[in-house]
Structure formats: C-alpha cells, structure tokens
Design a protein around this ligand. Structure first.
Ligand SMILES: NC(=O)C1=CN([C@@H]2O[C@H](COP(=O)(O)OP(=O)(O)OC[C@H]3O[C@@H](n4cnc5c(N)ncnc54)[C@H](O)[C@@H]3O)[C@@H](O)[C@H]2O)C=CC1
Ligand SMILES: O=C(O)[C@@H]1CCC=N1
Length: 263
C-alpha cells in the first residue's frame, strides 16, 4: 500500500516511523514523506532509509493511494489547495490528523472532490507502535475504506472507529493525554529528587512504576481503585500520600485538565 505523509514533523514523522517498523516486521507498505525543508527530510531518512523523501507534495500525492495530511492546523487549507489541485486527491483515501479540523471542514476545503475523507487522531506513541488512535470517517466513506484505514492504523497501536464526540474526548485522554501522563512522571521525578534520588534514576523508577501500573490493570482487569486497595495498608504509608494528593485536588485537577481542551 502506497502512503504519502504530507508534513513529516512530530506527528507525521511518528506515523511514518511506526509504519517503517511495521514494514521491518513484514507489512507491505511503501511510505513517502514530505516536509518544508530538506534538513527535516535528511534527519528522518538517516534512521529510516526505507522512507522515500521529497519536498514535492504534488508528486507525493499523485503517487499515493493513501494521503495523510499532518501539517499544523492553520496550514491545512493552503496545503490542501496545493495538493488537491487538478483533481489529484480524487478517489484517494485522505486522512487528516489536523486537530479540530472536522470532516465537514475538510469537505468544504475540497469542493467537488471525490477524496474519501477520514479525520484521525493518533498520538506520538505511533512511532513505537503504541498509539491510541481514533478514526472518524466522513458519512460517505465506504465501510471497506474504513476497514483498510483501521488495519493500517492498527499497525501503530490500538484504534477506535468512532463518532466525532468520542474522538474529541478520546483525543483529550490520548492525543493530548500522553503529555499529561509525561507531566505526572516529571512530577514524580521532582518529588524523587527532593527525597534524594538523582533525576535520571527517579525517571527510570517513575517510568517502570507507570509500566507496572498499566500491566497490573491490563492483566487483572481490575478497576483502578480496587488495585489501589491492594497497595494501601490501613494506617500505612500509601494512604498518607493518596490523601495528600486529594487534599491538593488531584482528581479535580485532572478532570479540569481534560475538559480544558474541549473548549
Ligand atoms: N504532535 C502531536 O502529538 C499531535 C499532532 N496532531 C496534529 O498533527 C499536525 C502536525 O502537528 P505536529 O506534527 O506537532 O507539527 P510539526 O510542526 O512538528 O510538523 C509539521 C510538519 O509539516 C511540515 N510542513 C509545513 N509546511 C509544509 C508544506 N507546505 N508541505 C509539506 N510539509 C510541510 C513541517 O516541515 C513539519 O515537518 C497538527 O495539525 C496537529 O494538530 C494530532 C495528534 C497529535
Ligand atoms: O496540542 C494539539 O493541539 C495536538 C492535538 C493532540 C496533540 N497535540
């Protein structure tokens, strides 16, 4: 399958690199990436020589079956005007990962085009095939196309085909949420340093603890509070910290954090 990623930056680059890793595991893909500067392309090509790299968006689109738009949202219209001219996107699968540009907005930017439009929200863990990716197809996209896109994105982690409301909420937990989780890890590091650990050691400990917590919940299927009960000795150490977190409004802060991006 020939895929062109227009804008191989943080997100587009992560998708392309994840797909290359899938190719190394046997997936039959042919990936082209574009960027604004040759320097960006040289950087990505150095570690991922399987990628075709070009500064020419139009050629990249003309040669692809699937086009992924991964430029900043405020550049989407200009780039779409460029790549869709002369019917270049017609009949192709067109995935946009530009946040908050909905399928109806994309349709308005592609008047008369027969491109099959899907609004997709991955996260940067796509590079390591651990993304949580949401897929919202436009109403007129055939089921077979949705399946194809789902298969392709499943190479990069977990996927959900969903409506726009779920995508918006899911993106706060996953697309943006990955940054919130990283901020929590950093907060643990800061506490760890105050307790006398070196930052690098605190980071390793915090990351392994995060991995362990995820493993416990995934393997056991427990609700988080049931698993927390297993850690919390009455009158012991853990409950002191848990209550301190709640006195400081942790749960409320997280809820407010997730709601903030929906405004
Ligand atoms: N960074 C993230 O975690 C996520 C980002 N997104 C979406 O992905 C899109 C890209 O975001 P980032 O990757 O963070 O930005 P970025 O700035 O890292 O990447 C954008 C890329 O587009 C390239 N570019 C700019 N103009 C271009 C043009 N005319 N032709 C070809 N390439 C061009 C730039 O060289 C750059 O490599 C945004 O719309 C964002 O909403 C979606 C989910 C997660
Ligand atoms: O911050 C943003 O707008 C994008 C969307 C999800 C992650 N980054």
């Amino acid at each position: 399958m020939r895929i062109s990623v227009i804008g191989a930056g943080n997100m587009g680059g992560a998708l392309a690199k994840g797909w290359v890793k899938a190719m190394r595991d046997g997936a039959d893909l042919d990936i082209t990436v574009t960027a604004r500067t040759q320097q960006s392309l040289d950087r990505i090509k150095a570690d991922f020589p399987e990628l075709h790299c070009t500064l020419d968006n139009k050629t990249a689109v003309a040669e692809a079956e699937i086009v992924v738009l991964a430029v900043k949202p405020w550049m989407a219209k200009t780039v779409i005007d460029e790549i869709a001219s002369e019917g270049r996107l017609d009949g192709k699968i067109f995935i946009s990962v530009a946040a908050n540009i909905l399928p109806e907005d994309l349709k308005a930017m592609l008047p008369g085009s027969t491109a099959q439009i899907l609004y997709v929200m991955p996260n940067i863990a796509a590079e390591y095939c651990q993304s949580m990716t949401f897929i919202s197809p436009a109403d007129d996209v055939p089921a077979e196309t949705v399946k194809t896109v789902e298969r392709l994105l499943s190479l990069l982690g977990k996927t959900q085909v969903c409506d726009l409301k779920t995508l918006a909420a899911g993106n706060m937990l996953a697309g943006c949420g990955i940054a919130y989780v990283m901020r929590f890890i950093h907060a643990m590091m800061q506490g760890g340093v105050e307790l006398g650990l070196y930052p690098a050691n605190a980071q390793q400990i915090a990351q392994q603890t995060m991995t362990g917590a995820v493993a416990v919940l995934q393997e056991s299927g427990l609700h988080p509070e049931a698993a927390i009960d297993k850690v919390t000795t009455p009158g012991g150490l853990t409950i002191r910290g848990l209550n301190e977190l709640e006195h400081s409004g942790m749960t409320s802060a997280v809820i407010r954090c997730l709601k903030a991006g929906m405004k």
